[in-house]
Every structure is written in structure tokens, then in C-alpha cells.
Design a protein around this ligand. Structure first.
Ligand code: PLP
Length: 462
């Protein structure tokens, strides 16, 4: 039963209207026209029900954001109370409000001591726009406008606006519109050991992968580089998790060449790695950090760009007005929901439990796929995991793109009531942080069934 004033239609009619009028994000609409979309109706905990009453386990936490699970009334109440009290407040000029101030203070208290200033916007893409504009502004104010190039990584995902898509290293995104990447973005190989350092000692590979940043800096000259931009671990690229030696080396190289370090925690922030932030998991001290997604567990849109004293001091003391801002920067209801979300994640020990109890269980379940005939590589950090499908385990040969084996496998999982995602041919899982061990068992039982059905369809035997 719905409390909203929707038309009373059956599922098929919704699908017809959906195809006619609603352009979905990142979707093959030709294929959608043939299959029709699943129409979600309501959700609770880790489950989503569609308009036919069928239940789906959300093994992806929405898009890596619904960390607290669906249907927490406290978050709804926080939004409603804030909307009744102060539904909107712009803070472009000299107005502010308590929800944004409280959230900015809360975030900075949770982060390393040098990160003391927060800029808000609605999405991760916008957070990356802010971070990169800010880096350029910083160097301009210091009289070094030629420091304008951003180094990012292959298989990175930073969003869909022009700069965020440019920073992304998933190449089809560059063709999706505009002459991308923008001319001041370049990419290096990433810490993807299965493809870029197979068979090496993991620690040695971490150091090697970091050295690719130094190679690039030497190639284009540190005087031309604004920043290195990276996710602590890459999610949309296919659960690419660096060895522990990688980030300390990256940090050292950025310091050595005086290059800002911008860390995109849009997915990793708020517990995905089993720590509150990826920077704690990997020991990173960013100059600028982006957060979003799970900051509200997906109940409302909000992102933050968190700025170190080093950068903020220049911006504030030397900058004058900075003409950058969004209508919904620091939206009161979004900030109130974020505060309540963080309170619950903390007071109920959800992040702590995810790291200490759930992550080892999840990771052992992933490791159990080592003997599966389709799985060539298994990667994880915290509650993000990936199972990479290959055609030949010995040679690591991938299936041809046209085989669409990852998509086939995710469709098989969906048929059996589990949402997971094919990032290329890596089957990615990011369950909510409130998933129980029994629910985890169910997730992996379905994952195995889906992989077995895929193996059968593609004629693969053990
Ligand atoms: N950064 C990372 C690491 C992401 O994974 C994403 C989205 O998946 C983004 C940024 C973009 O965030 P949004 O979709 O909210 O613009």
C-alpha cells in the first residue's frame, strides 16, 4: 500500500510509461525497451520489493550508498522536523544555519586533524568539481597558475559531469558526450595487481604501482601539475583494492613534488572499508577529500568537499570572494539526515561491527569462489568485493566484450532475487553494513547459483 498520490496502475502499465518518458541514468535504453524495468515499490533493511510483490536482496546497497539499510524512521523524522523548522536556507552570502554548521563540525571531528573545512553540494560529481576547481584556485593564488594538470587513474570513477567524467578512467565514459577527457587531465595505470603485476609480491607491487605516478610527474613536470586524484580503493572500476604499501608511497611522492593529493571517498566514506573512512584504512592524509553517498545512507542527496588547513588558509586569507556554489549547498534537511545517519552508524556500532565481524565473514565467503571455473581473481576491502570472471584461468584471458558475460551473470542473480553489479566482467558486491551473517549466506548462495548458471550457459565445466 502506498501513501503517495500515484496513479493506480499495474506493473506493465508502469513499464510502458517508464519507457515512454523516463530516461534512466547509465542505461542501454534499446535493451531496456525489450526487457522493461523492474518497478521498485518499497524497501526495508536490505530488501526491496517490486510492484509485483517480489523481493530482492540489495547486494549493492543501492549504489554503494544505503549503508544503514532502508526504512529507518529516525532519518525520515530528522528530515521532516528540519523541513518544518527551516525547509531551505541559502548560505551564499552571510547567512548560515545550524544543521550545516553542526554537520561540518561533526565531519571535521571525525577526520584527521588537518581537515577542518567543509564545502557542501548534492552529488559526488559536484564534490569532484569543487575539489578540482579549488586545487586550481589554490595554485593560482600562490602565483603558480601553470600547475593545472590533474593526474588520475585508469578504471577510476569520479562522476558524470565534464571534469568528473574526465578524471574517470573508464574509457566509454569519455565517448558519452563532449570532447573528453578535458585537456588538463591525464591518466596512469592503477594498482590492479591481477592485470598490472600478476605474480608479484603484493608489497613490491604496491611500490611499483605508486612509482607510475612518479614516472608521470617526471614526464610532464611537477611545475605543471595541480593534483593527483584517486579513490582509496576503486569501486566502479571493479573492486580494485591496492596493497597496503601503495598509499604511503603515493603520499611520499605527492609531498616530494609538491602536488596536492585529492582523495575521492564518495564510496569508501562512512564504513565501506570497515573503517569510517578509506584514509584511515590505508593511512592517507589528503589535502582535499570528497565524500557523498553514504553520508546520508541515500535518504537524501548530499556530498562534501573537505579541505585541509593548508588549502583553506590560502583560499580564505588570500582569496577574497570565491565564485563557486550551488543552490543546494548545505541543504538543511540533507544535513539533518546526515547527522542522524552518522549518529546511528556510530551509536549502534554499525561501522565497527562491519569492520570487525562482518567484513571477515564476507571476505571468507568471497575466497570460497577460488575454485569456481569462471573466477580468475577475488578482490575485497571491508564490505566491498569483486569476483572477476575470465575465459581462461591459466592465461587470465578475458571474455570478448560482445559476450557480455558479466551482464548475463548479473541477470541470473536478479532472476534469483539478488541485485549485484557487473563492472566489466567483475561481479561486484557491496551489501549494506547492517546485513546479518544469515543474510550474507543467502547472498552468496545466490551468487554461486548465478555463476553456475552462467558457466553452464557459456559451456564452461570445472
Ligand atoms: N566518486 C566515486 C568514487 C563514485 O563511485 C561516484 C559514483 O558512483 C562518484 C564519485 C559520483 O557520485 P554521484 O553519482 O553522486 O555524482
Amino acid at each position: 500500500e502506498t501513501t503517495m498520490a500515484f496513479k493506480e496502475l499495474d506493473t506493465q502499465s508502469w513499464q510502458v510509461l517508464d519507457r515512454a518518458h523516463y530516461l534512466h541514468p547509465s542505461t542501454d535504453h534499446a535493451s531496456l525497451r525489450q526487457t522493461g524495468a523492474r518497478v521498485a515499490a518499497h524497501a526495508e533493511g536490505i530488501y526491496v520489493w517490486d510492484t509485483d510483490g517480489e523481493r530482492l536482496i540489495d547486494g549493492l546497497s543501492g549504489l554503494g550508498n544505503v549503508n544503514i539499510g532502508y526504512g529507518r524512521k529516525e532519518l525520515v523524522d530528522a528530515a521532516a522536523a528540519q523541513m518544518l523548522e527551516l525547509s531551505y536556507c541559502q548560505s551564499f552570502f552571510k547567512t548560515t544555519h545550524r544543521a550545516a554548521i553542526s554537520l561540518a563540525e561533526k565531519l571535521t571531528s571525525m577526520l584527521p586533524g588537518h581537515l577542518n573545512h567543509v564545502f557542501f553540494q548534492s552529488s559526488g560529481s559536484e564534490a569532484n568539481e569543487t575539489g578540482t576547481r579549488l586545487a586550481r584556485r589554490y595554485w593560482d593564488l600562490l602565483g603558480k597558475p601553470e600547475k593545472r594538470i590533474f593526474i588520475a587513474r585508469e578504471l577510476a570513477y569520479h562522476g558524470s559531469s565534464h571534469m568528473a567524467a574526465s578524471l574517470s578512467g573508464i574509457w566509454p565514459m569519455h565517448k558519452a558526450g563532449g570532447d573528453l577527457p578535458l585537456s588538463n587531465v591525464t591518466h596512469i595505470k592503477t594498482a590492479y595487481q591481477y592485470r598490472n603485476g600478476f605474480g608479484m609480491d603484493a608489497d613490491a607491487f604496491g611500490v611499483l604501482a605508486a612509482s607510475w605516478l612518479e614516472d608521470k610527474i617526471l614526464e610532464i613536470g611537477a611545475d605543471n601539475i595541480a593534483a593527483f586524484v584517486a579513490e582509496p580503493a576503486q569501486s566502479a572500476g571493479g573492486a580494485i583494492c591496492p596493497p597496503m604499501t601503495y598509499w604511503p608511497e603515493i603520499q611520499r611522492i605527492c609531498k616530494k613534488y609538491d602536488i596536492l593529493l585529492i582523495v575521492d571517498e564518495v564510496v569508501m566514506g562512512f564504513g565501506r572499508t570497515g573503517e569510517w573512512f578509506g584514509c584511515y584504512k590505508y593511512g592517507i592524509e589528503p589535502d582535499i577529500m570528497q565524500v557523498g553517498k553514504a553520508i546520508t545512507s541515500g535518504y537524501l542527496p548530499l556530498s562534501g568537499t573537505i579541505i585541509s588547513d593548508r588549502v583553506a588558509d590560502v583560499l580564505i586569507d588570500q582569496g577574497g570572494a570565491w565564485d563557486h556554489g550551488y543552490t543546494y549547498s548545505g541543504h538543511p534537511a540533507c544535513c539533518a539526515v546526515a547527522l542522524e545517519n552518522i549518529r546511528i552508524l556510530d551509536e549502534e556500532g554499525i561501522v565497527e561491527n562491519a569492520g570487525k565481524e562482518l567484513a571477515p565473514y564476507f571476505q571468507a565467503k568471497l575466497d570460497a569462489f577460488a575454485d569456481h571455473p569462471l573466477i580468475g581473481d577475488i578482490r575485497y576491502v571491508g564490505l566491498m568485493g569483486g569476483l572477476e570472471i575470465v575465459k581462461d584461468k591459466a592465461s587470465r584471458e578475458a571474455y570478448a566484450y560482445e559476450a557480455h558475460i558479466g551482464d548475463f551473470c548479473s541477470a541470473e542473480a536478479l532472476k534469483r532475487g539478488l541485485a549485484l553489479r557487473a563492472n566489466g566482467d567483475t561481479m561486484s558486491l557491496m551489501p549494506p553494513l547492517i546485513t546479518t551473517k544469515a543474510q550474507m549466506d543467502e547472498i552468496f548462495d545466490i551468487t554461486r547459483e548465478a555463476l553456475d548458471a552462467t558457466a553452464k550457459h557459456y559451456g564452461v565445466t570445472a
